[in-house]
Design a protein around this ligand. Structure first.
Ligand SMILES: Cc1cc2nc3c(=O)[nH]c(=O)nc-3n(C[C@H](O)[C@H](O)[C@H](O)COP(=O)(O)OP(=O)(O)OC[C@H]3O[C@@H](n4cnc5c(N)ncnc54)[C@H](O)[C@@H]3O)c2cc1C
Length: 377
């Protein structure tokens, strides 16, 4: 065991992955999560090979595949003609090449799997961080429920509205990105036998829609539809919407997509927030450091925000384990991560990933558990 106490704030994709790696490196780790428990919110997520191969190291790959689906293909189609502009096959050969499977999974099921990657009792639910008091000794975390905790290092994995980021850099809310997302999950039986590919991205001129299966039985479908919006008046909350609104927003799209959206039961509408690139991810002394959406929220158009959080977590775990000095550890983490995250952020804004023939190896083949670490800057 090492003596350093590490507090991870946020039990999302990044936080739980970081905790899993830091515990394996022998640190004393506690995760503080504001939610009272994990819930099965109505959304799916795509985990590409660069994520699944990292989660394999935490013993989670089989669980991901059992709860989700090992996707066989990703197809890009034109909104009006339905023409296939690109197709990516995820067969056994692709899995070998990329070093892991391409998985779609319900977010609720993903959390249940991720929780198995940390020691039982690691997560303290109902702990919303409100402040961090810094002294020359340890850091003191203050929670909304009146509790407090001491740590030597705080990892801010608390998402796009990160309180840890506020404590580090001062309050600066994220910006509404000018898009909202319809999110609907429904039983595949509602397609009445209509065949769909494992994942299709329907590309419009200013909007897109992505229906994909969530389970290996192909009995549950998730359809996320992103549309432009001039503003959002509901904070970071989602609002209920309707199949009619969803269909209206994609009126004129190819009949195959209309057929899928007609099968939608209930649907919610979510705002999309992001921030301009900002490379301030840590305190100078390295005792407070951010990962995932807390330091680089991005538009979800490349389906890569979660992937970046998982890669961050794996690299941070390696850096903290390698350097006794936290300042050197976070300099190494930032130098390793910032160039790759910046590239992914740019592609996400451009929304071009896999629209046509795309070189994907640099993204999918990357292994955050073995990739070279950059020299601390
Ligand atoms: C519509 C949409 C679709 C997406 N699709 C994909 C996809 O297919 N693939 C992909 O890789 N990415 C996708 N993303 C991006 C992905 O969801 C995020 O990038 C990812 O969830 C970031 O992980 P994280 O761990 O940094 O933060 P989060 O997953 O947001 O987790 C943060 C956690 O911190 C907790 N928390 C927040 N504040 C506090 C506090 N003060 N105290 C304690 N706990 C706190 C939260 O409750 C939450 O559990 C999508 C995003 C959107 C919006």
């Amino acid at each position: 065991m090492r003596q350093t106490r590490i507090a991870v704030v946020g039990a999302g994709l990044g936080g739980l992955t970081a905790a899993g790696f830091l515990q394996r490196a022998g640190f004393v780790v506690k995760v503080y999560e504001q939610a009272p428990a994990f819930s099965r919110i109505g959304a799916g997520i795509i985990l590409s090979a660069n994520v699944t191969k990292v989660l394999r190291r935490l013993g989670l790959e089989d669980g991901l595949i059992a709860a989700g689906i090992k996707s066989q293909s990703y197809v890009s189609r034109a909104w009006d003609s339905g023409e296939v502009t690109a197709e990516f096959v995820f067969d056994a050969e692709a899995e070998r090449r990329y070093g892991g499977p391409y998985v779609h999974i319900h977010r609720g099921d993903l959390h249940a799997v991720l929780e198995r990657g940390v020691v039982a009792g690691t997560i303290a639910f109902n702990h919303q961080l409100v402040d961090i008091l810094q002294s020359s000794g340890s850091l003191r975390l203050i929670f909304a429920n009146g509790a407090a905790a001491e740590a030597d290092i705080v990892v801010g994995a608390d998402g796009v509205r990160s309180k840890v980021r506020d404590c580090l850099l001062g309050p600066e809310p994220p910006q509404f990105a000018g898009f909202t997302a319809y999110r609907a999950i429904f039983p595949a039986a509602r397609l009445n036998g209509f065949w769909i590919a494992d994942c299709t991205k329907w590309w419009g001129t200013d909007r897109h829609c992505l229906p994909y299966y969530l389970t290996g039985r192909r009995d549950e479908v998730y359809a996320i539809g992103v549309v432009p919006a001039t503003g959002w008046e509901h904070g970071d909350a989602s609002i209920p919407s309707s199949r009619e609104h969803y269909l209206q927003s994609f009126a004129g799209f190819h009949a195959d997509l209309q057929r899928v959206l007609q099968a939608v039961e209930s649907v919610t509408l979510w705002p999309i927030f992001d921030r301009a690139r900002d490379d301030r991810w840590s305190a100078r002394d390295g005792r407070i450091v951010l990962i995932g959406d807390a330091c680089h929220p991005m538009r979800p158009f490349m389906a890569a925000g979660g992937a970046m959080a998982v890669e961050d977590a794996a690299i941070l775990g390696r850096c903290v384990a390698q350097f006794d000095d936290p300042a050197r550890a976070v300099r190494c983490y930032e130098a390793t991560r910032i160039p790759r995250v910046a590239k992914v952020q740019e592609i996400s804004i451009a929304n071009t990933w896999m629209h046509g023939p795309t070189e994907t190896d640099w993204f999918y083949c990357y292994d955050a558990c073995t990739a070279a670490l950059a020299a601390p800057q």
